[in-house]
Write a protein that binds this ligand. Structure first.
Ligand code: TYD
Length: 221
């Protein structure tokens, strides 16, 4: 699979979406890298419909787990695999580690069973790199704007979720970068992240366009 899958994880209100936007912009502008920004659950019509069920209708934790995995299976085949095959870099807002953190640690479902279901839904596709934006849950909840079933959960639930992310990091430290959420402007955080990406995946970066390189002559001149 030629492209790269980079996932962004963290509690509510940790600034994932803005960091994804700033990172995609810088990758396109400075390195001519073709990016796809997407999110789970969602990213396309069917998964967005499942997202609506998940975020707004009360349900049993197992139903919740299977719906996240169903949305993921569809997203994998419709968005992730086609983009990776085209050598694009996929920046995905939440992925399998959110399921471990929310349904595993948060709802208390069996961690290893959640892991197995994740593997089935993704057919073994794992992120090349995962970025954890760490924020104290109480602060993150204040930043979260969209009122959904998860944001209405008590802070204790969100503390368990954060512990879940930290457990994923302990299990696979080499896959993760940990950043303090909202510690700098999204642009500065994105350029720091890109420096790390350059160290980890040097072969994936083309030569940076030089600002002084001669411009192509317009055919109209
Ligand atoms: P969203 O509004 O996208 O949250 P955020 O902006 O914080 O990313 O809502 C997605 C919610 O779904 C979020 O509360 C986390 C939850 N979630 C799970 O519980 N399990 C999962 O596998 C995923 C992908 C998300």
């Amino acid at each position: 699979m030629p492209g790269l899958l980079i996932t962004f994880e963290g509690n509510e209100g940790s600034g994932k979406t803005t960091l994804i936007r700033a990172t995609a912009e810088a990758l396109q502008r400075d390195y001519q890298i073709s990016t796809v920004e997407t999110r789970e659950p969602g990213g396309l019509l069917l998964s967005e419909k499942i997202r609506d069920l998940l975020l707004h209708y009360p349900m049993n934790p197992w139903t919740e787990l299977f719906l996240y995995e169903a949305a993921r299976a569809e997203h994998l085949h419709q968005v992730l695999l086609p983009a990776l095959k085209k050598n694009q870099w996929v920046l995905c807002d939440r992925f399998t580690d959110s399921t471990l953190a929310y349904q595993g640690a948060g709802r208390g479902l069996n961690w290893d069973q959640v892991k197995e279901l994740n593997l089935l839904a993704t057919q073994g596709l794992t992120p090349h790199l995962s970025v954890f934006l760490d924020i104290p849950p109480q602060l993150g909840l204040k930043n979260a704007t969209e009122k959904n079933r998860f944001e209405e959960e008590k802070v204790g639930f969100h503390q368990k979720v954060r512990q879940g992310f930290l457990k994923s990091i302990r299990q696979e430290p080499q896959r993760w970068i940990q950043l303090k959420a909202l510690s700098d402007s999204p642009q500065n955080m994105a350029s720091g992240l890109i420096q790390t990406l350059k160290t980890r995946f040097p072969q994936s970066f083309r030569k940076k366009r030089s600002p002084t390189s001669p411009k192509k002559r317009s055919t109209r001149e």
